[in-house]
Design a protein around this ligand. Structure first.
Ligand SMILES: Nc1ncnc2c1ncn2[C@@H]1O[C@H](COP(=O)(O)OP(=O)(O)OP(=O)(O)O)[C@@H](O)[C@H]1O
Ligand SMILES: [Zn+2]
Ligand SMILES: [Zn+2]
Length: 835
């Protein structure tokens, strides 16, 4: 009997190592690295993933327990994905099980179900029968029975069940079950025509419906769903069941895929003839894919330069090599329009993975990949774990997008995972963007690389695509200083320039996109008499007003309360909500342009499944003049009649306490400006701001990515921020503020002590090649969350230092102390959000 090394699904540091289990004979041959198993663990049955198998254990075999079960016929993960998980857990300091679980579709995140069974040899007394007769009878009909089912049937008998368990007459079993299974459809299989005719002979005349059913099958011999057959004949499924019972037809459960794009036609599209600029960019990418060489490319192409066509042709090349491709797209740009571009080129070979699918649909798409029925996976962040075995190409569109970093554990960055996975497979990576992240751009263009940034091996090949296709110009950009507008007496939400431009679109029956940059800008409630603002009682964050439900909500913990009618602090009735929400813009538009047709897209209007698609289709069909929205209207959209893009409050996110705020603002403005004039009609952009001189705004006017970046990189170099240094943020939290202050200070002091003892410390100010500093503690930008106060320490380092490894080791050493004091420490390696 051999041994399986299993990572159990308990996400804690103590259990973060493999445990050995014997593989019983009945499961021999079913267990390999990546198998999902059920194992006995501390008196419970838990799900686990096999990371290795071996012939002898170091420990005494007689003390090993046996695997309880193997949960899938085909292992959901592979040895390669297990290895990737191990790499992730080192890279982002998370337990291995957390990394492995992130790779599984939600449907496979099994939960433990309790069952109750009659114990062997149980003898019922008269008293048992008298008091618990019905319960016992239910179990005599079916045992084991799910505990939850039993309790639903006998809500008052929980005590009795416990008593009988204690008496040893009942026993409890545990099984790991999937939350979801494949969908099966009862399908009728007809035998040969001879046997059908023989059946007709045998069925009596009065069973007319049965005879009609057989006749139907004679005319239509292909397998048919039972329900469908019943409808076609005009009978019930009972008739068919009767035929099956007599053995005239066969009735089998057939698994069926839930296809989220069922019934949609995707017109086939042929490869376009590349423009000379596209061809030049495509050359080196195609060469790497063709030769099966691992190489990373930064495809830096302005908006509308035809990057997608390059992706498509690179995928084509990849498929011709008999290999598979993954395409990552930010969640919000994963629109049906985007999907269509891939489906119409590669048809059935495309599987789509994103969070708007139901768990079932997602699971079915995932199985299409695992079973080799799809060769191209298009999806959001987690699609990077698509269970392919022969990857030839990974494309990351809009590579600068912060949504590629997962904000909860495992706090991985899909871009880094992509590079690692591609390395494993010898695959090419294409990182595409009109506004690459400074990290990627610096790694690709600075001669010596960006020393502090990341693995020295990360040196993408820079592939520029500086012009739009067909000599279309980039749109003209006008920056409007809203302070000037105010001086001239215009208090409206729209500047004269934007109002005129909008009116012109209405007159010419063209369309406009309006972006309300709302990040860090919420609709909060404030008292005009005393200045009170409504805060979440659990988090130090202003509550956001939701008009639909007329309540105030905390976007961090979900707390909600009713809209106040008077100020809780001074009882003044002059309490109202402030801030320019999309709803207010919508109202202002209706007032200023009577009859204007507006589609509003924000979190409130896109929660319903399919709503996103519905709005975009309406806009495409020109059933609206204006598409108004938050970040979600900024990216990836390609509408021929959009000739105006307007931005309200361009600078609202600049004040966020995050060193990436200027970079993000520049990216957002450039991206949204790129939505205008992408086809025959020329485009125009109007950006309203209170800070027209700010480089993040001013450089957009000239479409000057290089200028903005050079300036921003100079700042970053001085401060030692990425890409000239790397960060690991440590967030300490505790319920009591004074205690947290004291513990935070001593924690930071110990970290500094240990860093200098390890010979790691070095100052950033000097030009030393290696440097490491432990900064803080300071209150986090969100100083309290879910009733816990938060302080932040930052490890800043550069050069060839294994800082994550050192932090992991140090946290282990300090674990005793932190645990005793009740402090929790959250770790974020290469944080993207400074929260
Ligand atoms: N070789 C080509 N010949 C003709 N038209 C092309 C060609 N390549 C792309 N196009 C068209 O140009 C338009 C812009 O291309 P695409 O959407 O791929 O640009 P992009 O670089 O991905 O833009 P963005 O980054 O702004 O999303 C599309 O309508 C596309 O169909
Ligand atoms: Zn007040
Ligand atoms: Zn809250």
């Amino acid at each position: 009997m051999s041994v399986a090394r299993v990572i159990v699904d308990v996400p804690s540091r103590e259990t973060d190592r493999p445990f050995d289990y014997l593989i019983p004979a009945r499961l021999e041959g079913w267990v390999e690295p990546g198998s999902r198993v059920a194992v006995p663990f501390g008196g419970r049955t838990l799900q686990g993933i096999v990371v290795a198998t071996k012939d002898d254990a170091e420990v005494d075999r007689s003390r090993l327990k046996e695997l309880a079960d193997v949960l899938d016929a085909v292992p959901p993960l592979s040895a390669e994905l297990v290895e990737l998980g191990e790499w992730m857990s080192r890279r982002w300091l998370c337990p291995l099980t957390v990394a492995l679980q992130a790779m599984l579709p939600a449907a496979l995140k099994g939960k433990t179900e309790k069952y109750i069974a009659i114990a062997r040899g149980a003898e019922w007394t008269e008293a048992d029968r008298l008091f618990d007769g019905e319960l016992i009878a239910a179990l005599e009909r079916q045992s084991p029975l799910k505990l939850s089912t039993l309790l639903r049937q006998f809500p008052d008998q929980a005590g009795a069940i416990q008593r009988l368990l204690k008496a040893g007459k009942l026993e409890e079993l545990q099984k790991v079950e999937d939350r979801l299974s494949v969908r099966t459809v009862l399908t009728v299989f007809a035998p040969s025509p001879e046997r059908l005719r023989a059946a007709l002979e045998a069925i009596p005349r009065r069973a007319a419906k049965q005879r009609e059913t057989i006749e139907y099958l004679l005319a239509h011999p292909e397998p048919i769903a039972q329900q469908q057959l019943a409808e076609a004949v005009g009978t019930t499924t009972g008739t068919i069941k009767a035929l099956a019972d007599k053995g005239f037809v066969e009735l089998r459960a057939v698994t069926e895929d839930r296809d989220p794009y069922e019934g949609r036609e995707f017109p086939a599209s042929a490869p376009m003839k590349l423009t000379p600029a596209q061809a030049a960019a495509f050359g080196p990418i195609a060469a790497a894919v063709g030769e099966g060489r691992h190489e990373v490319f930064l495809l830096h192409g302005v908006t509308g330069s035809g990057k997608t066509e390059i992706y498509l042709q690179a995928i084509q090349r990849c498929l011709e090599q008999g290999k598979e491709a993954i395409v990552l797209v930010p969640e919000i740009s994963l629109t049906p329009q985007m999907v269509e571009r891939f489906k119409s080129r590669f048809g059935e070979r495309v599987a789509v993975l994103h969070s708007r699918l139901s768990n079932g649909e997602r699971y079915d798409e995932w199985r299409k990949i695992r079973d080799g029925r799809a060769q191209v996976a298009v999806g959001a962040r987690s699609a990077i774990f698509a269970p392919f075995g022969r990857i030839g190409l990974i494309v990351i569109d809009e590579e600068h997008e912060s949504s590629y970093k997962q904000e909860e554990s495992p706090k991985y960055h899909a871009r880094d995972v992509a590079v690692e996975r591609a390395r494993q497979h010898g695959a090419a990576v294409v990182l595409g963007s009109a506004t690459p992240s400074l990290e990627t751009y610096a790694a690709a263009t600075i001669e010596s690389g960006a020393p502090g940034n990341r693995d020295a091996a990360f040196r993408p090949v820079y592939v520029p695509l500086p012009e739009r296709v067909a000599d279309r110009p980039l749109p003209g950009v006008t920056i409007v200083d809203m302070r000037e507008e105010l001086k001239l007496g215009n208090r409206a939400m729209f500047s004269r320039a934007l109002a005129d431009a909008l009116q012109a679109r209405l007159d010419r029956e063209e369309q406009a996109v309006l972006l309300l940059n709302r990040r860090g800008y919420s609709t909060f409630v404030m008292c005009r008499s005393c200045g009170y603002t409504a805060q979440c009682p659990h988090c130090d964050i202003a509550l956001t007003y939701h008009r639909g439900s007329q309540n105030l909500r905390c976007h961090y913990c979900g707390y909600a309360e009713r809209e106040p009618t008077e100020c809780p602090s001074c009882q003044s009735p002059h309490i109202r909500f402030f801030g320019t929400g999309t709803q207010k813009v919508e109202e202002a538009l209706a007032l200023a342009f009577p009859g204007i047709r507006v589609i509003r897209m924000d979190v409130d209007t896109t929660t319903e499944k399919g709503s996103h698609e519905k709005w975009l289709t309406q806009f495409r069909e020109r059933r609206a003049d204006v598409l108004l929205g938050t970040q979600m209207v900024a990216k990836g959209l390609d509408f021929p009649h959009v000739t105006l893009v307007g931005v309200l409050a361009a600078d609202s996110a600049l004040k966020l306490p995050d060193f990436r705020a200027p970079e993000r603002t520049f990216q957002l403005l450039t991206q949204v400006a790129g939505r205008a004039g992408r086809h025959e009609l020329p485009g125009e952009v109007v950006i309203q701001t209170y800070e027209p001189e700010h480089p993040s705004v001013a450089m957009v006017e000239r479409h000057d990515y290089a200028g903005f970046t050079a300036q921003e990189l100079r700042h970053r170099r001085v401060l030692g921020y990425p890409p000239f240094g790397r960060l690991i943020s440590l967030t300490l939290s505790h319920e009591q503020m004074p205690l947290l202050i004291a513990l935070g200070e001593s924690f930071a002091a110990k970290m500094r002590e240990k860093a200098s003892a390890a010979g790691l410390t070095g100052s950033f100010a000097g030009g030393a090649p290696h440097a490491l500093e432990v900064l803080g503690p300071v209150p986090s930008p969100i100083p309290r969350l879910k009733d816990r106060y938060r302080f932040q320490c930052m490890v800043k380092y550069r050069g060839d230092v294994d800082a994550p490894g050192w932090v992991a080791k140090t946290l282990q050493e300090l674990a005793e102390t932190t645990k005793r004091s009740g402090v929790t420490v959250g770790v974020d390696v290469d944080p993207q959000m400074m929260l």
